[in-house]
Design a protein around this ligand. Structure first.
Ligand code: GLP
Length: 250
């Protein structure tokens, strides 16, 4: 586990963007999966800037979605697809043929999952995965207690996830379940980056990653401790309890 702590969110986001730019330079046809949500938005801005300055080129890359709210598709403000379109895909001209995104409105979600698994398998495996962390330790919609052996699946949302979801939607959306890549995809990805910022993430970051903790599916993010190529990018506020706990050794 590589832990990177920066004085502020912008610098932590720049580290994540730097790792993504390095990846695309080394392998121009990389398969990425990038989390939506609030946390990666600064990283996306930095990537868009890099493309505009000719420092990165994603034209040959493919993108698999991480997750989507069941019942929503890219026409809904606040959906994962809309967020990715508005903050990254459309701004850098990613072609639809290079994107495989969960359609949360599909009448056949089992098929959505199977198609996503085939897409990823057909491309080898995910080269680089950018994740956020939920306040309950979820990754994508791999909620606490998830079976770590799953690939794509549909899940009922944890009460904390439903509560937090209100920040994404105006007008409000009643969300009850999610469709997501599974922890097998996460653990099989060649490189995983988890970005977290802000003091509201400090407690879950400590629970998932402090020195004496053991990986457990009750805190899905903690399983990343066993990933062979994992970067944890934090700002000072999100890292605060982790640093204190590790330094104290308790
Ligand atoms: C959301 C999504 C995740 C996201 C996480 C953190 O519910 N399912 O993909 O990474 O929770 O979100 P945020 O970055 O908005 O805190």
């Amino acid at each position: 586990m590589n832990i990177h702590v920066y004085p502020n969110d912008l610098e932590a986001s720049a580290k994540a963007a730097g790792l993504i730019i390095e990846q695309v330079r080394n392998k121009p046809d990389s398969l990425f999966s990038l989390a939506a949500g609030s946390t990666p938005l600064k990283t996306f801005s930095l990537l868009v800037e890099a493309v505009r300055q000719g420092k990165a080129d994603f034209d040959q890359c493919r993108f698999a979605s991480l997750d989507e709210w069941v019942g929503l598709d890219g026409s809904v403000q606040g959906s994962c697809r809309q967020t990715m379109n508005d903050h990254f895909f459309r701004l850098v001209g990613i072609l639809d043929k290079n994107i495989r995104f969960f359609d949360g409105k599909s009448e056949d979600l089992t098929r959505e999952c199977a198609d996503m698994d085939s897409f990823i398998e057909g491309n080898g495996r995910i080269d680089m995965l950018l994740l956020g962390i939920g306040l309950n330790g979820h990754l994508g919609f791999n909620e606490p207690g998830v079976n770590p052996d799953l690939y794509s699946h549909v899940t009922e949302l944890d009460p904390i996830t439903k509560q937090v979801s209100v920040k994404y939607f105006d007008p409000p959306q009643a969300v009850a379940s999610g469709i997501t890549l599974g922890l097998r995809h996460v653990m099989e990805a060649r490189t995983v980056i988890l970005l977290a910022s802000g003091s509201h993430k400090a407690e879950i970051v400590r629970s998932a990653f402090h020195d004496q903790g053991s990986p457990t599916e009750r805190i899905p993010a903690s399983l990343l401790r066993e990933h062979p190529n994992f970067h944890l990018c934090l700002d000072q506020s999100a890292a605060e309890q982790l640093i204190t706990t590790n330094a104290k050794g308790d």
